[in-house]
Design a protein around this ligand. Sequence first.
Ligand code: ADP
Ligand code: ZN
Ligand code: ZN
Length: 752
Amino acid sequence: MPLFADIVLPLAQPAYCYSIPEGAEGEALRVGDAVAVQFGPKNIYTGIVWRLHDERPSVKRIKPVGRRLYDHPLLDAEQRQLWEWMADYYMCTLGEVMRVALPSLIKPRGSSDEEFSREEFYPRTEAYISLTEKWRASEQLAAECDRIERRAPRRSQILRQILTFDASKLNSLGEMPRRLLDCDSAQIAALRKGGYIDVVQRPRSVERNACVGFSAPALTEAQQRVADAIRSSQKVHLLRGVTGSGKTEIYMNLIAQVLERGGDVLLLVPEIALTTQLLDRMERVFGSRLTAYHSRLTPLRRSETYLRLMGSEGGELVIGARSALFLPLRHLQLVIVDEEHDSSYKQSDTAPRYQGRDVAIVLASLYGARVVLGSATPSLESYANAQWGKYDYSTLVERYGSSREPRIIISDTMRSVKRGERRAHFNQILINSISDALQRGEQVMLFQNRRGFAPFVQCRGCGWTPRCPSCNVTLTEHRSSERMECHYCGYTAAVPRSCPQCETIDLKAMGFGTERVEETIAELFPVARVARLDRDTTTSESAYNRIVRAFEQGQTDILVGTQMITKGFDFGAVSVVGVLNADNLLYAPDFRASERAFQLLMQVAGRAGRREREGVVVVQTSEPEHPVIGWLSRGDYEAMARSELAERHAFSYPPYSRLVQLTLRDENRQRLYGAAASLAQTLREKFGRRVAGPVAPAVDRIRGEYILTIQLKIENGRSMARAREILRQVMDSFSASSDYKQVKCSIDVDVQ
Ligand code: ADP
Ligand code: ZN
Ligand code: ZN
């Protein structure tokens, strides 16, 4: 019997050693178990048993492990391997992985035993009803209903309800959820007493109907070829398919087969694309086999889902954002990463700063599952892997059925201005296209990648601009809330009535965001019904659904929005898509700017004319000669990829190297600059010219902290493992040095 256990706590700390007290509970401890442990004088945490051993640590007092929280380990061997890989590769602690991997409620904490116990999680149960053995035959029960009709009309009525209960709403045990019956508890009690029904309490999320076969649509010949290629693939399979080519149909076909065999499937989608539409489509085919998992679920739901899947026998389909990677899917056979190029797969703000797509590939390899990466515009990383033969590669270049590619019109903003063909932020050709569409009863989508009314306001007298007191950015004007808002820290202030510097009252809103587009469009087309989809109008899931449904059902004519409108929508009646200003996408200060701009614009364009009608996409730009605009107007992904890869190769950027970014923050500017210079110096001694910086990022002060970054570029063929090892040593001695204790430093491996 082991004497000690190394326990992972949800902290940026290494695993700690605890002693295993003698006695029943201690004996039963297994690796992967969740236990309550004391940490410091005031905290009781949930920890995960990582290693059992007999090596007495050198510290004097070793605390005992507390009690075990669940009957079964929370993690299996593959999940533990995944966590270890992440901690090693992304240079964080297992505790930091634990923080994102386990839903909050299943890892309670408290300052005392009582408080901890109060926080402990028990899945909600609900009542399920089934007929007793005696009445299970429906003819008998129907006759009984007739017999008691006069004496007990209400009871008879409820029994009839049970008789005609919708079979698709039964759980896998053939029981009906009590809440779906229209009656009160006295009547249920009476029926139970009368021997008609049994009532049992079960965790509410066990509801799942039996799985027989799924009615996924038949694939076209081209789609079938791709599906077959994926099935016979021994490697990660990259599928490039233009919007509307039927990637989702192929996924459904693959998923159905795995579920029928009793395997689990994980379908990852970017957070924003967890649209009603994709889920609806999947639910129609896979019914209650489907579990959605994303950040908008309540903590209770997330925790229930985790525990339910832990006990699953397989045959699960989970559709989720990147955090779904950590769910226990022990029969995993297929992992699909949709829109694999999407940057929201990367967690950048807190450790572990992981790339969900890459973790998905590691996860799949641990379970021996197949991987499909799908996109209309793959990331250059994945595309290069396909070119180098590391991945298999298929393409679908035509839309399904009679739906045609949209016509792309590039509209030169400068020329429009010169010719007097621009009103507010609309070039005449876009106005005409919108007006034509509205006349034909078709819908319009307008894309502007900024929310709010105006990105800044400016005094006409002296040029003064209101800025955030804690960040180095201007405040965005929001008309609907009548506030100025910082998009970095959330600070808000009243909209100034006059300039505090020169007292001029002439303040001008500069530039435009979605709010302003919405206002202008309402002035230009007063009878059109306009809605806006961005973070400000979708603070709740129901608000999001309402806007999407209204547009879907044709109750809205024009939808204005940010990135949110670009993904996962399939609206038959959209015939015009307008991009109000492509310029700010083209010149982002980032080596990925062109790739990103192309991907985003292609995605926006893909919303147009998905059915029979030919769609029109109008892209307003003052840089019509920019290469990205050229590739976009020809829809030429390969040309973009070739040209960008050549450039990346010349400067040894990813995918020809890996980038590690160190970000240093401090309220004290001088101390920060000193620390960064010294760290960069040490790194140069080890890595030479592979080190760049320190440099100040575009926004170099956020929440009162100054920021500097240092980048490390490791060319392909050089050992990343070795580089991380050296980096770890450098960082350890850096954080140990007393001069720079207050300077915060974070590491982002494969920074985006
Ligand atoms: P993608 O995911 O590549 O954008 P979808 O799978 O959404 O493409 O397909 C676009 C449209 O074409 C959808 O409305 C879909 O139902 C339809 N479609 C695609 N393939 C088929 C098929 N084999 N049978 C019937 N409908 C199809
Ligand atoms: Zn002024
Ligand atoms: Zn701010």
